[in-house]
Design a protein around this ligand. Sequence first.
Ligand code: ADP
Length: 214
Amino acid sequence: MNIILLGPPGVGKGTYAEILKEKLELPHISTGDILREMAKEETEEGKNIKEIMDKGNLIPDELITEILKKRLKKEDCKNGFILDGYPRTIPQAESLKKIIKMDKVIDYAAKDEIILQRLGGRLTCRSCGAIFHAKNSPPKKNGICDNCGGELYTREDQTDEAIKERLKVYRNQTEPLIEYYQKEELLIEIDANAGLDQVDKIIGESLDAIEGEE
Ligand code: ADP
């Protein structure tokens, strides 16, 4: 079973993918995670990728498609996979169609105001990487990590400006994929406005849809 997960940044896609991966025994392929690893490298390519990601923009279609193609050739994908973060544009969807046939596309939908609320205010510890939220789960002491005493900061791609840009990019470039996959008759829509508060319900609906029940 080859599955695509769609949905705006911050909708909880990464979390749903990790659970579905266990339930369906399929690998979770996150292009964001692959790129974040590449962005750590001190090479020209690594630096370019980091610069694009920090601004909230998209990596060129050709480059990301090459990266994905390589990943899909690995042994663990032979029974299927869960794609998270790809395709993100119509040209990427067209490329994917040439590489392999997809079975289901799940779109997790949530409103802009909910996304902005969830993504804004995220704080990361410079030392241990722990994540806090200024409103939802604030640290005990302002600016200081509860776990290790390290300094808390806002990651480059999580500043208000970058978040707005990511959302704009999503609405302009990625949202057209919903209609694209509707036409291909692969689309399943799931309301994810409740987010991680109702993760069990959202996963249940996803599994029913994947397994073809009403
Ligand atoms: P989000 O945090 O928005 O869910 P991801 O973790 O999936 O995003 O990806 C983070 C960043 O990696 C994106 O903002 C983009 O710069 C880049 N990226 C990931 N997947 C793709 C892709 N398929 N095409 C182009 N850029 C991508």
